[in-house]
Design a protein around this ligand. Structure first.
Ligand code: FAD
Ligand code: SF4
Length: 322
């Protein structure tokens, strides 16, 4: 008999009053007992709508069945067949509109906490990290990946598992793309991203940071002189778009991109950071999407007393809560 609770096992998390003033991760993760209990809510459906909702087609019911019986490492193996970044995806994938958005348990109650289970399995694996994954047999073919965001890393991981010799070129000094410069530490600790990248390195992926492809080395040079047979370009969309209104250049006005990069990548919230940020008591965030929320929550954690979200449409239309 499955666990018929209409609600997901709740996620242990930091006290709201405390977390509003620190950069530590908000969600603390399931214990093994909580994970098994939540896995027991899965009906192991014949028609696997959750899998249809997953962009990379993780065999969700199969990994959940393994969690149910405590075979967490086997669950990890199943997830890893389709995903190169399970600890990241378990934290920041929009499950509510993907796998969980399709889960049949969501019709009469809350869907199975697929993301929470994925996160638990990945963290369990990373905590015991038995040994580095075995390096696949090389097929002798070289591929260059430009950009080390989730797109580039996923491409690198998938190719490495198939035996390709992959080098990722990253313009910044740290690999991870938005995972390190955009998404705040309190939603996605940077140590988690580093660990996932280490797993890819163990599969044979090389990562070259401080390399701006197009400036440091051209695509032509990569292919004609360095012997790469193919180049995957995963350079993201990192440039901010300004509103072109008076006052945008005033001191104290930041694009979300610059603000979050200073805070997340350059750790401006630490006293020892070499990249400062202007601390403000009253902050206005223009916009109502997830990036705006990350900026607002970061401003609060930097010490602002009041943070206002200014959005052009109604509260009901705020993208972050729709
Ligand atoms: C603040 C913020 C929060 C977000 N939160 C979420 C979330 O919770 N869930 C979610 O699903 N999505 C979220 N997103 C969206 C998500 O992060 C992006 O969709 C995703 O990062 C895109 O991945 P990418 O690999 O294509 O690009 P990016 O992550 O932007 O990575 C591109 C990389 O390419 C590098 N690069 C660029 N040009 C060159 C060059 N010439 N040579 C070498 N390297 C280069 C960049 O430095 C960067 O590291 C968020 C985005 C932002 C900005
Ligand atoms: S749809 Fe929900 S209940 Fe059905 S197999 Fe997927 S996770 Fe389990």
């Amino acid at each position: 008999m499955p666990n018929l609770s209409p609600k997901k096992n709740s996620m242990p998390s930091q006290d709201p009053k405390l977390r509003a003033r620190n950069f530590d991760e908000v969600a603390l993760g399931y214990t093994a007992e909580m994970a098994v209990e939540e896995a027991d809510r899965c009906l192991n459906c014949k028609k696997q709508l959750c899998v249809e909702g997953c962009p990379v087609g993780i065999s969700i019911p199969s990994f959940i069945q393994k969690v149910k019986v405590g075979e967490f490492e086997e669950a990890y193996r199943i997830i890893s067949e389709a995903s190169s970044l399970p600890a990241v995806c378990g934290r920041v994938c929009p499950q509510e509109s993907q796998c969980e958005g399709r889960c049949v348990r969501g019709i009469k109650g809350e869907p199975v906490g697929i993301g929470r289970l994925e996160r638990f399995v990945a963290d369990y694996h990373n905590a015991i990290a038995p040994e580095a994954p075995q390096k696949p047999v090389s097929n002798g073919r070289r591929v260059a990946v430009v950009g080390s965001g989730p797109a580039g890393l996923t491409c690198a991981g998938d190719l490495a598992k198939r035996g390709y010799d992959v080098t990722v070129f990253e313009a910044l000094h740290t690999a991870g793309g938005v995972l390190v410069y955009g998404i705040p530490e309190f939603r996605l600790p940077k140590a988690i991203v580093a660990k996932e990248i280490d797993t890819l390195k163990a599969l044979g992926v090389r990562v070259e940071v401080n390399t701006v492809v197009g400036k440091t080395v051209s695509v032509h040079e990569l292919m004609k002189e360095e012997g790469f047979e193919a180049v995957f370009i995963g350079t993201g969309a990192g440039l901010p778009r300004f509103m072109k209104i008076p006052g945008e250049n005033l001191k104290g006005v930041y694009s979300a991109n610059e603000f979050l990069t200073r805070v997340n990548l350059m750790k401006a919230y630490r006293k020892d950071s070499a990249t400062p940020i202007q601390h403000a008591r009253r902050v206005v965030v223009v916009g109502g999407g997830n990036v705006a929320m990350d900026a607002a929550r970061s401003a609060l954690r930097l010490g602002a007393d009041q943070v206002y979200i200014v959005y052009r449409r109604s509260l009901d239309e705020l993208p972050a809560i729709r």
